[in-house]
Design a protein around this ligand. Structure first.
Ligand SMILES: Nc1ncnc2c1ncn2[C@@H]1O[C@H](COP(=O)(O)OP(=O)(O)O)[C@@H](O)[C@H]1O
Ligand SMILES: [Mg+2]
Length: 245
């Protein structure tokens, strides 16, 4: 045990839904500067993990810490203000607001930026995420790729230290995934850590330095992306899923 606190830490976290165990005394640590991928079969509890970090769900047991301090008592809005941003697998913009307005809300509320700062941040993020041409469109009218971009952009607008990406590449074509990777690469420089849950494994391996594989609420493997994906146990939990897809 080192004296240095992890940026984000889950300590012996357990969570059950009825008879389904989605986290079984799970412990994970994320350091500043890391981009980490999380993989695991459907229903492994990946999204639930993000919900427990962002404060949308409470663990049954265990602790979630940022900079060594428990954040369990903080509501989602407070966690967002302290720099935890979560994207949703199914994007959740304010459908009737424009793309730009969505980013302003995130920057003012989540990022606690002043009006001019928030405006400037929203404008920069529009550019960065390839949404400039859609700035004045209602979010509800966007196609899938632009919705995914907006989900990422909204997360960024809250000025996160810890960015949790939940399947942002899901459903995109290969060229679209390549564009998304470029965006993630840019934003990496402004966030402290990125944790990315993704089924599009070839996208992950290009973006992350470490992969964690979860199944049945437990950690199956962790480490170098290529090594983790070549691990027989990891291949087995993915049986029926084309890991290279
Ligand atoms: N709020 C909830 N209430 C009951 N069951 C849930 C809830 N959220 C998720 N589950 C169940 O928990 C399991 C893990 O879900 P999830 O975290 O979404 O997995 P993943 O993101 O890895 O596919 C699934 O079996 C899912 O049906
Ligand atoms: Mg999920």
């Amino acid at each position: 045990m080192t004296a240095e606190a992890s940026l984000l830490e889950l300590a012996d976290v357990s969570k059950r839904f009825g008879r389904i165990t989605v986290a079984d005394s799970l412990s994970l640590r994320f350091k500043a500067g890391e981009t980490v991928g999380i993989v695991g079969p459907n229903g492994a509890g990946k999204t639930t993990l993000f919900a427990m970090i962002a404060g949308d769900l409470k663990p049954d047991a265990g602790d979630v810490r940022v900079d060594g301090r428990s954040i369990l008592q903080l509501d989602p809005a407070s966690r967002c203000r302290m720099g935890i941003a979560r994207t949703y697998q199914v994007p959740r913009p304010f459908e009737n607001m424009t793309v730009f307005e969505n980013l302003l809300v995130a920057a003012y509320r989540g990022g606690q930026l002043s009006r001019p700062q928030g405006y400037a941040a929203a404008a920069r993020i529009l550019e960065e995420t390839g949404l400039s041409q859609d700035a004045n469109r209602p979010a509800g009218r966007l196609g899938l790729l632009q919705r995914k971009r907006l989900e990422l952009a909204r997360g960024l607008a809250t000025q996160p230290r810890i960015l949790l990406l939940d399947e942002v590449a899901g459903g995109l074509t290969d060229p679209e995934v390549a564009e998304l990777l470029q965006i993630v690469d840019q934003v990496r420089q402004r966030t402290v850590a990125i944790v990315w849950v993704e089924h599009v494994v070839h996208a992950l391996t290009r973006a992350v330095s470490r992969i964690i594989c979860l199944a049945g609420g437990r950690l199956i493997a962790e480490g170098d992306p290529q090594e983790v994906l070549a691990n027989p146990e990891v291949k087995e939990v993915y049986l029926g899923v084309d890991i290279d897809a």
